[in-house]
Ligand binder design. Structure first.
Ligand code: NAP
Length: 287
């Protein structure tokens, strides 16, 4: 089965590796010059042409980063027959629009709820929504090769709404942890004490999961800029339908604040370290 993976960032490259290891004929596509060639070489393939994206391939897995990239890709492939599987996290309205551009009969919304390591193992949780079950049946083998769990959500943009809600939990949780450690920095109290206390309760899983990543001791799974993007998408999607989400707005500020200290390409959990270090530097004497 011939698959184009469009967008070769952290996730796109993981999809390429996983699908080619599972026997799919994968053609990579990237906007950046040279990147598709390098990735293609790694898997003994070749970069996808525009004609591949439109016609020759049964499924196009879109791993783009934002609304504009998705809509641009949708315009690019609109006169073809390939099934467009959108795995990226975008706004519900962009997902609907992409479906209208390529045609509802060719569009499957399939956001994923874990990172590149899990994708390489083929263990992703994926939530899918589609208008046309034939399109989904054609795309299903590709999604199944990436997924351990597939949750069906009805028609678009239900899957995207659920995905944004899921990410909001993740990012507000980590922003809350960042605020807690800032209090220790402000009062010049050893951060290891809170770490130890968390480790002695059910919160141990948070330390196990986030501590090394937060302090820069693991590679980037999901960029800090991505947390800003997803929280902004979540807030805008809620605002459009009149749902107030003040905790998420606070979390977004937390990640924007981290960008004053850290590069946007660090792992998003670095929000803990980046905001901590700024407060630690400026901490006043305890009165
Ligand atoms: N990473 C995760 O853990 C994760 C988990 C679930 C969902 N997602 C979603 O999956 C989508 C892709 O995420 P991602 O983590 O793969 O994002 P990413 O690494 O930032 O890549 C996103 C896009 O940016 C371009 N890009 C990558 N590196 C770049 C660089 N150094 N300079 C300029 N452009 C670059 C790529 O497009 P071109 O190759 O065409 O240039 C790529 O498609 C997003 O919608 C994200 O929300 C990610």
């Amino acid at each position: 089965m011939k698959v184009v993976v469009a967008g070769l960032g952290l996730m796109g490259q993981a999809y390429v590796d996983r699908l080619s290891s599972q026997g799919f004929n994968v053609l990579p596509y990237a906007r950046r010059s040279g990147v598709a060639g390098e990735v293609a070489k790694r898997i003994n393939s070749r970069p996808a042409t525009l004609e591949d994206m439109k016609h020759r391939d049964t499924v196009l897995v879109v791993a783009g980063w934002d609304d504009d990239y998705l809509l641009w890709l949708a315009e690019l492939v609109k006169d073809g027959e390939s099934i467009v599987v959108n795995t990226s996290t975008v706004s519900p309205q962009a997902s609907m629009k992409a479906g209208e551009i390529v045609g509802r009969e060719r569009y499957v919304e399939a956001p994923v709820a874990a990172g590149p390591r899990v994708a390489r193992d083929g263990k992703l949780p994926v939530i899918v929504a589609y208008w046309n079950s034939e399109a989904w049946n054609k795309a299903r083998p590709v999604v199944e090769a990436l997924a351990a769990t597939i949750i069906e959500a009805g028609e678009p943009p239900s899957a995207m709404v659920v995905k944004l809600a899921f990410n909001n939990i993740l990012f507000t949780l980590v922003a809350g942890i960042a605020d807690s450690f800032k209090l220790l920095a402000a009062w010049k109290v050893d951060k290891e004490l809170l770490k130890k206390l968390m480790e002695s309760t059910w919160m141990r899983i948070l330390i196990e999961r986030y501590w090394d990543r937060a302090w820069g001791k693991a590679k980037t799974h999901f960029r800090l800029a991505g947390a800003v993007k997803d929280l902004a998408l979540f807030i805008e999607a809620a605002r459009r339908r009149g749902a107030p989400v003040p905790a998420s707005a606070g979390a977004l500020n937390e990640y924007l604040d981290a960008l004053l200290e850290c590069d946007e390409n660090v792992d998003y959990t670095s929000v803990i370290r980046c905001t901590y270090e700024r407060v630690a530097r400026n901490a006043r004497e305890i009165r």
